[in-house]
Design a protein around this ligand. Structure first.
Ligand code: GTP
Ligand code: MG
Length: 171
């Protein structure tokens, strides 16, 4: 018998870290160097096959990172069962913003929410400002998942969603 489950997933993080680009890579397997900043939030869905008879569907809320939308975020994370908190490995300040969102989720989101800290833009390794060790030890210290990805090259993106799917409670 085929098992099917769907879960609400939210993306949070500073503007321009690449949230929409990660979603575009995951949903459409494409990338654009000239992507418009998200207004409000965008909704997309995508499925992941965990094995021959298990499918997980993600209902994805891609939030807007610009400061003026900050107060809207709780509408999208309130019912989320998983969250990707994204930072840009070339922007130190974006990790501080990620830490802010993680704190917010731990205070306000559903109990049991699966949270992943995701460092994006690994294709820009030569411009890296945040070490993998620093971010990973922060994430692991809080019991969060940790991934580094590149929406541009695609490296790590599917694996990140698959690992989250594996953590979801499927009957
Ligand atoms: P907001 O919607 O404003 O919150 O931004 P966002 O987090 O959705 O960022 P978006 O996906 O719009 O990407 C911002 C910029 O970074 C765009 O110019 C993208 O092309 C670029 N970008 C996104 N991901 C990557 C990546 O993995 N590598 C590189 N080099 N650029 C990326
Ligand atoms: Mg966006």
């Amino acid at each position: 018998e085929h098992r099917f489950a769907q879960f609400k997933l939210v993306l949070l993080g500073e503007s321009a870290v690449g949230k929409s680009s990660i979603v575009q890579r995951f949903v459409k397997d494409s990338f654009s160097d000239f992507r418009e900043s998200t207004i409000g939030a965008a909704f997309l869905t995508q499925t992941v096959d965990l094995d021959a008879n298990t499918t997980v569907k993600f209902e994805i809320w891609d939030t807007a990172g610009q400061e003026r939308y900050r107060s809207l975020a709780s509408i999208y994370y309130r019912n989320a069962q998983a969250a990707l908190v994204v930072y840009d490995i070339t922007q130190e300040s974006s990790l501080d913003k990620a830490k802010y969102w993680i704190k917010e989720l731990q205070k306000q989101a559903r109990g049991g929410i699966i949270i992943a800290l995701v460092g994006n833009k690994t294709d820009l390794e030569q411009e890296r400002k945040v070490s993998s060790e620093e971010a990973e030890s922060f994430a692991k210290g809080l019991g969060l998942l940790y991934f580094e990805v590149s929406a541009k090259s695609g490296t790590g993106v599917r694996e990140c969603f698959k690992q989250i799917a594996l953590k979801m409670p499927i009957e």
